[in-house]
Design a protein around this ligand. Sequence first.
Ligand code: NAD
Ligand code: IPM
Ligand code: MN
Length: 365
Amino acid sequence: MTNHKIALLDGDGIGPEIMAEAVKIIELVAKRNSVTFELHHAPFGAGAWFSDGHSFPEQTKALCDEADAILKGPIGLSHEESKKIPMDMQPERGALLPLRRRYDTYANFRPVSLPRGLAHFSPLKPEIIGDGIDLMIIRELVGGLYFGEKQTGVNARGKRYVHEMLEYDEDQIARIAKVAFVTAQKRKKVLHSIHKSNVLNSSVLWNEVMEEVGKDYPEVELRYTLVDAAATYLCLDPGQFDVMVMENMFGDILSDQGGGILGSLGLMPSACVGPEKIYYEPSHGSAPDIAGQNVANPYSMIGSVAMMLEMSFGMAEEAKNVWQAMQSVFAKGYSTPDLSPTKNEAEIISTDRFGDLVAEELNAL
Ligand code: NAD
Ligand code: IPM
Ligand code: MN
């Protein structure tokens, strides 16, 4: 029987709660298929800093190196709590960015998807949503401002200053462009390059390389949209987009807006793909405002499991079943508390009840 080793990094805040539901589904998938999953939890994030003195401990690195896939919960503390950890050791700088760098996970897939039947969760009007929302944000994840050279100091005028470099070379852009074109080819054959070339030279190079790579994919139509306008179009007419590709920082912001148009960040899973390793995580953070209350929406975490089944383990059919099971739970009139527009009609359920119901639905498929 095939065995897959999975590193589970629960993370902070709501991380352990939504991870527990993901594990329920992974275990059920193992029962339903001729496959075994070897699950290993390891400390990662702020919790790891307090328990092990490092937010990405050596033993976690070793486990991730060996694992066939990594499933990661959100990390991070509230603004106030973060100050208890030295800046470079805070989980974002001390664990998450090093994880991305370690496995060179340059291609971040952030699906923004709401089938028609669940369209009532979106704050957008039904006439804007039409047949539902279904787009794929592809975010470059290991370049740009996040990983550029940084300097802080006091300048000649005695003023504190900061300098952060935004750097991309053509190879970095070409490899994410290829991923985006291949994805667009499998979908509606339209790719939007999101940019700011009216100001940023990095975007000029970005678009030049997009166009060059596009020559190998003549059946895909390449369109260009400025990032500020794209933010508006996502609200007014998301249907004009299918696959969107953008640099790291733009992708961070627009993908959270993707969560906004769906109705909650809790509906946003993701996959972070490198040359040899893929790790999976919700796009959202550790939600300190609701942590420990059994109210978080585990859809993003279970959706990340579905992405892992398909992308790492070649189990596309079972991945579809997991999506369908989650959507059936909502279609039957249940809702997690974050999806507030349906509060009046829906039965509001807890994090663990959602996981149980998804397992029931999956069992029935
Ligand atoms: P957040 O994404 O944690 O939360 C924003 C809002 O969305 C909150 O109201 C929260 O309750 C809600 N929310 C998020 N996920 C939800 C879910 N699954 N179910 C229900 N509601 C959900 O953003 P924030 O509050 O700005 O950041 C909190 C911490 O998370 C910060 O330390 C930040 O750095 C970190 N963070 C980590 C990651 C990651 O690990 N990849 C991503 C984003 C933010
Ligand atoms: C995300 C997060 C991270 C990012 C933070 C926590 C470093 O917001 O995954 O979207 O900005 O990439
Ligand atoms: Mn983000």
